[in-house]
Design a protein around this ligand. Structure first.
Ligand code: TPP
Ligand code: MG
Length: 384
């Protein structure tokens, strides 16, 4: 078992409790109408998210699924930023353009989730490949629900990570459900660890509700990746204790099954471990949870009191910046009529192209790219 100091273990406990307190507060904000996007909780899966992310170094990158609030907090995301994000405030990571968790924070090594299931592994594979090409000793970690692993892109992503021996750790979160579909109806594999064999990936199955076991497996996989020995899969056996999202009261779940998993609550279990091993007292842990409640309440209040984005800001940060030399951005060179434009020269638009946003007979993509010619309320000179 990988060794951890008392401080690290208490920090892990704190991260799991912070995850729960923060999500409970988000749920309250949702019910009060402050959040209009989807809210997906990770109740019962806190140990999988925290224990895995804990094995990374600051220079590594992580791409979470919707159940990995704990991993984002371990990476250093401030609770107030999470509240700003969900309430679409101006100072949120996406500046108020999104009100769930689709954000990327390069300084924290966080790559935002990509909604089409299975695709974000392919994107993060690119990041991992770039680390290797640059000779950097950095590791990527991402998460997939067992449902996500049944998509075509997931198969390609797992294969590519394996055959390229990328510095990648994939955590398969087997939480028994993909929305309302039971996991034994999602795949005919005998065990989810069987998934690894098809790609030649080393695999380790862990109790996903045991934060130390998750950490130990993640540490092993991260170390292997950092040594240049390639990608691995971790299968975390856990359970989704709430519906898919706030709109799903999960009527399809047997209450007895839920009750059985409640007995295995990851925070209660680790709390008992901490006390039994003399790392903290029951009172000490209760005081810590109380402080977290206050911290989270203050962060939520601060976010809600913050400004909303200006309507004008809707057009900022949506496209790459215009080149400083006034030339044609590479993203638009392929647009009909721009194909042969040399860098730094803005050619005349093809006849009939009209104002930006009008179709010039090209594809839908060309029309959208034409829209990009308008920035900051002005049309860039020379293009029309
Ligand atoms: C390709 C694709 N199909 C369907 C969806 C809709 N969808 C979003 S989450 C979800 C269930 C995901 O289940 P799983 O991967 O097991 O993750 P969990 O929600 O259990 O954490 C579905 C069907 C989607 N986002 N992308
Ligand atoms: Mg699932």
């Amino acid at each position: 078992m990988a060794s951890l100091t008392r401080e690290q273990m208490l920090d892990m406990y704190r991260s799991m409790c912070l995850t729960r307190a923060l999500e409970e507060r988000l749920e309250r904000l949702f019910k009060q109408g402050h959040i209009v996007g989807g809210l997906y909780r990770s109740l019962g899966q806190e140990a999988t998210a925290v224990g895995s992310a804990y094995a990374l170094e600051p220079e590594d990158w992580l791409a979470p699924s919707i159940r990995d609030m704990g991993a984002l907090l371990v990476r250093g995301l401030a609770p107030v930023d999470m509240f700003r994000q969900y309430t679409a405030r101006r100072d949120a990571p996406t500046g108020g353009k999104d009100n769930t968790n689709h954000f990327t924070i390069p300084e924290l090594g966080i790559l935002g989730p990509v909604s089409p299931l299975g695709t974000q592994l392919a994107v993060l594979n690119g990041v991992a490949l770039s680390f290797r090409i640059r000779g950097e000793s950095r590791v990527c970690m991402t998460y997939q629900g067992e449902g996500a692993t049944r998509t075509g892109t997931s198969h390609e992503g797992l294969n590519f990570a394996a055959v390229q021996r990328l510095p990648m750790v994939v955590v398969l979160e087997h939480n028994r459900w993909a929305f309302s579909t039971r996991s034994d109806r999602e795949a005919a594999v005998g065990a989810w660890t069987d998934v690894a064999g098809a790609y030649g990936l080393p695999v380790r199955q862990v109790d996903g509700n045991d934060v130390l076991e998750v950490y130990d497996a993640a540490r092993e996989a991260v170390d292997r990746a950092r040594r240049g020995e390639g990608a691995s899969l971790i299968v975390a056996e856990t359970y989704r204790m709430l519906g898919h999202a706030q709109h799903d009261p999960q009527p399809y779940v047997d209450p007895a099954e839920l009750e059985a998993w409640r007995e295995r609550d990851p925070i209660d279990r680790f709390g008992r471990y901490v006390i039994e091993n003399g790392l903290a007292t029951e009172e000490g842990l209760a005081a810590m949870r109380g402080e977290l409640e206050s911290e989270v309440a203050a962060a939520a209040d601060e976010a809600v009191a913050g400004p909303r984005p200006d309507p004008e800001e809707a057009r900022t940060r949506a496209y790459a910046a215009e080149p400083a030399d006034g030339g044609v951005p590479w993203t638009r060179r392929a647009v009909v009529g721009y194909a042969d434009a040399p860098a730094g020269v803005a050619p005349a638009r093809p006849s009939g192209s009209g104002t930006p946003g009008e179709s010039s007979g090209g594809s839908g993509t060309a029309v959208r790219q034409g829209d990009a010619a308008v920035t900051d309320g002005k049309q860039r000179g020379g293009g029309a």
